[in-house]
Design a protein. Sequence first.
Length: 127
Amino acid sequence: MRHATHFTGGTYGVDLLSLVPEGARAALAEWLAARGEPAYRTEQILRRLWQQPVASWDDATELPTRLRRDLSAQFPLHRLALTARQVSRDGTEKYLWDLGDGEAWDARSAACSALRGAWAFGVTCRL
């Protein structure tokens, strides 16, 4: 099975956040099964990607320490970092997000609010 990969710190890892949820589920299930982990771990881990997101796997304290360490190596998390926020007189909010790869993402709440539901599926708003 092919997954989105990237090179970090001398190793390749799968970027789960760049996959659609079913792709992330498949990648995790395959990896966990190969390790002999119980099947319920897939749902535990997926919850920490989108429903109750963690900044790093170390924050997912319901998972065993060894599993968190191995998740960090195989599936590094790359979250957006807020660089700047501005609010105009009319209440429009403007955000500048650091994408972690030297690129930035500029979003304005008034123009992008209609897309919020679509963001979970990878739709971006670049203005």
